[in-house]
Write a protein that binds this ligand. Structure first.
Ligand SMILES: [Zn+2]
Length: 210
């Protein structure tokens, strides 16, 4: 199964992606993670990527596409889920040259709700667990006791910029996958479990059709 998960910044995509991948044995391909991994490698490219991301801008389509293609080629499970890709029509076109999705899920989240998620988001610098500020009893990770910090791109300013870019870029993607009959819209303003159940319903229908 090949799934594309679409949604704005901090729409809760990451959490749902993880749950879907566990249930259906899929490789979770997150462009955010792919980029963060590249940045850590300390090359000329990583310095450039770091600069681009921390100023709230987006990385070039062809670079993102290469990273995704490379990851898909090593995929050993029952398929994959693309999280944060394609973000632009250019990326969708580049992707269509080497693969196509079975379904495109659009998570629709209220903007203010998404912003409040950004403000409360933390990450463990050691084990990379995603954490929420109100769940932390002290400044250490509850899983491994590592130090906790914010992601370099988690500020309200960066969020606003990203949100505007997302709205502009996702409109043609939504139309494109809608016209292909692949798009399913899911409202994501309730609990994680409610949203996940809606997603499972859509995916079960898809499996029955196959
Ligand atoms: Zn940790």
């Amino acid at each position: 199964m090949k799934i594309i998960l679409l949604g704005g910044p901090a729409c809760g995509k990451g959490v749902q992606a993880k749950k879907i991948c566990e249930k259906y044995n899929l490789v979770h391909i997150s462009t955010g993670e792919l980029l963060r991994d590249k940045i850590k490698q300390n090359t000329a490219l990583s310095e450039k990527l770091k600069e681009t991301i921390s100023s709230g801008n987006l990385v070039a389509d062809n670079i993102i596409c290469e990273l995704v293609k490379e990851k898909i080629s090593t995929c050993q499970k029952d398929g994959y889920l693309l999280d944060g890709f394609p973000r632009t029509m250019m990326q969708a076109n580049l992707y269509s040259e080497f693969d196509k999705p079975d379904i495109v899920i659009l998570l629709e989240t209220d903007k203010n709700l998404a912003l409040s998620r950004v403000k409360s988001r933390r990450v463990c610098l050691n084990c990379k667990a995603s954490l929420k500020v109100d769940e932390l009893k002290n400044k250490h990770c509850p899983y491994c006791s590592g130090s906790v910090g914010t992601r370099i791109d988690d500020t309200a300013e960066v969020f606003e910029k990203r949100y505007e870019i997302y709205k502009m870029q996702s409109a043609p993607l939504i139309k494109y996958y809608g016209d292909l009959g692949l798009l399913v819209k899911i409202e994501n303003n309730h609990s994680i479990e409610e949203t996940f159940n809606e997603i499972i319903k859509s995916l079960s229908k898809l499996k029955e059709l196959k």
